[in-house]
Design a protein around this ligand. Structure first.
Ligand SMILES: [Zn+2]
Length: 345
């Protein structure tokens, strides 16, 4: 089959489009999906560069997000049929550990990701457990479903489950060009929150305003924390969604008001931050981590997608064979919305 692969870690020059990769066979309880569209996440760039403790078997198939048609089912598959249009949850759990039994699948002690621990979605076919696919209606395109699923699942858990966003709360979201940030904005707006977004690009900020953002700040030209304090008469915001990490942490905490919640799902600028404990307890902040989502959250976001809500912005569509161009676009942070790979018509 065709696939976008790597045989060693590095920059985008390590990506190789191949036509001779073995097709996966669905094992017990698994389905094989013929991928029609896939989408890029920052995760893919990290996998390309190499993550500590993760070993790949060349030629390694990249990709986490994907949508397509079930083409083959393994033994004991009961919830899906050949021919079903589906979207994929790339987080795979063992379903037997104490966290899985509690319904917290993304806390699984054996949590695995497509494209990172298992062959991914940037290919003609991928095999996944039946629990990792959900039906999508014909009104939702494969490109939309692929662009939607992981970013929205991640943002939903961050804002709805973890930070418990409420109407009229002020929510700060960093880097509004990215997929998780945009999903977070749509979810916060849907819950009646006041949304603040940042970017280094005035053009991206203008587009965010068109999509409903209440306040916009260019982090290149001013200090985000100070600016928020000034515009809120020193009060600050209730929730910060920060997946940038090192370079934004301090500003995030300056922006965070009393009783505020900071929720993070990543550190694209670096992993190590400093926090003054005195400010943490005095302001009674909650700092929380979040990773992907559980089955209930997957169910909830697919229901939103199926009813035409929270639809993602697609920045650009590349053919699978031009996957390197898609990675270059993401590596240079040029995108506004999701970068999609078209795998089949
Ligand atoms: Zn588990």
């Amino acid at each position: 089959m065709r696939a976008l692969t790597i045989s060693e870690h590095g920059g985008t020059e390590k990506l190789v489009f191949r036509t001779d990769v073995a097709e996966p066979e669905p094992g017990p309880g698994e389905v094989r999906v013929r991928i029609h569209a896939a989408a890029l996440n920052h995760l893919d760039v990290f996998t390309l560069a190499g993550l500590p403790g993760i070993t790949i078997t060349p030629p390694w198939v990249m990709g986490a997000d994907g949508a397509g048609v079930v083409d083959k089912v393994g033994p004991d598959v009961t919830s899906v049929n050949v021919g079903d249009r589906v979207t994929i949850n790339p987080g795979i759990s063992d379903r037997t550990c104490e966290y899985c039994l509690r319904g917290e699948h993304s806390m699984c002690v054996k949590f695995r990701l497509l494209g990172e621990h298992r062959p991914g979605t940037f290919a003609d076919f991928v095999a996944v457990p039946q629990e990792n696919v959900r039906l999508i209606p014909s009104t939702v395109s494969f490109e939309t479903a692929a662009a939607y699923t992981l970013a929205t699942l991640t943002a939903w858990r961050m804002l709805v489950t973890r930070a418990r966003v409420r109407p009229n709360e002020d929510v700060l979201i960093w880097g509004i060009g990215g997929g998780v940030a945009q999903a977070a904005m749509r979810i916060a707006l849907k819950h009646g929150a006041r949304v603040w977004v940042t970017s280094s690009s005035d053009e991206k900020l203008a587009r965010a305003r068109d999509m409903g953002a209440h306040e916009t700040i260019n982090y290149r030209t001013c200090s985000v924390g100070k600016e928020i304090r000034a515009r809120t008469k020193k009060r600050g915001v209730d929730i910060v969604v920060d997946s940038v990490g090192e370079s934004t942490w301090n500003e995030s905490l300056i922006a965070l008001g009393r009783g505020g919640r900071l929720v993070t799902c990543g550190g694209t600028s670096g992993p190590t931050v400093q926090t003054d404990i005195r400010r943490l307890f005095w302001n009674q902040w909650t700092i929380m981590g979040s990773t992907m989502g559980n089955d209930a959250e997957f169910e909830a976001v697919v229901a939103e997608l199926s009813s035409g809500h929270l639809t993602p912005v697609i920045d650009s569509v590349f053919e699978l064979e031009d996957g390197r161009g898609a990675f270059d676009r993401m590596a240079h942070a040029e995108q506004f919305g999701k970068i999609v790979l078209r795998v089949a018509e």
